[in-house]
Write a protein that binds this ligand. Structure first.
Ligand SMILES: [Zn+2]
Length: 271
């Protein structure tokens, strides 16, 4: 599943190349997770102002309205002057004067949704509960601590929920908790300020490392210029059940939390 670093790397790979382009045509494939919400033909003639990211959404700003694009579980974007004929998993295609943007999404949990404005109902419904951006200046230890204090659920679950801090998905949550020495099952509300500070630093470190390396490619992510964002994060705990901890040598354990696998070191991560 593409996570925040992959989405950001995807954005960087085509944002400057599509900016200023005029939409020539829009083609839809099979239904995605949510409908486009406008007639494809109504987008023709509009100009792409730029591409921003909010959480795991890409916001393609048009001179009138915007497109919210989500890669879902298996989506990947291509943007090029010439693309091969659309395949059976290509479900959205926007031809512009500067190239064609195409969404390939075999599992179709992704979506492209038109919103008349960022505060339109549809945009608010999709993005309204997103927490602070983890790499922005707004993400500071004190407000993070305040946000966690209100939540009794396990810290890993609270991170994944995305309403305190956005975009810390399954891999990065496990890794950040390891860096902070925090057991994933600890109640968020019980974390002391010093542990929250360590977690804050761990989240920034792991996301920055992933971004710098082009996003992790645990599945089929590829950036929008066709090359795969070829980065295998050398994980400390994620997907390493039974293997020795890289710090202390004890066997990494796993457990299920909210239908997702969590990995941790029983010695390095205290309750
Ligand atoms: Zn360990």
């Amino acid at each position: 599943m593409p996570e925040l670093p992959e989405v950001e790397v995807t954005r960087l790979s085509f944002a400057s190349r599509i900016a200023g382009a005029t939409v020539s045509s829009v083609r839809l494939g099979k239904a995605l997770r949510w409908p486009l919400g406008c007639a494809p033909a109504s987008l023709v003639g509009r100009t792409v102002r730029g591409v921003r990211r909010r959480g795991k959404y890409l916001l393609i700003d048009l001179d009138q309205g915007l497109l919210l694009l989500h890669l879902g579980m298996s989506g990947s974007l291509s943007f090029a002057a010439q693309l091969p004929l659309p395949g059976k998993h290509d479900h959205f295609e926007m031809v512009t004067t500067q190239g064609t943007l195409r969404l390939n999404d075999p599992r179709r949990f992704g979506a492209v949704v038109y919103a008349a404005a960022e505060d339109a109902d549809v945009a608010r419904k999709l993005m309204g509960r997103l927490g602070v951006e983890p790499l922005s200046d707004d993400f500071d230890v004190d407000s993070f601590h305040v946000g966690l204090k209100r939540r009794k659920a396990a810290i890993k679950q609270v991170l994944l929920a995305g309403d305190v801090v956005v975009g810390v998905g399954n891999i990065y949550a496990s890794e950040a908790l390891f860096l902070a020495g925090i057991r994933p099952t600890v109640s968020a509300a019980r974390l002391s300020r010093s542990r929250v500070a360590r977690l804050h630093a761990g989240i920034r470190e792991i996301l920055t490392r992933a971004l710098n390396s082009g996003g992790s490619t645990l599945r089929n992510f590829s950036s929008a210029n066709g090359e795969s964002g070829h980065f295998q994060l050398q994980t400390m705990v994620y997907a390493r059940e039974g293997e020795p901890c890289r710090v202390c040598g004890k066997a990494i354990k796993s457990l299920r939390q909210g239908q997702r696998s969590t990995f941790y070191c029983p010695a390095c991560q205290k309750a």
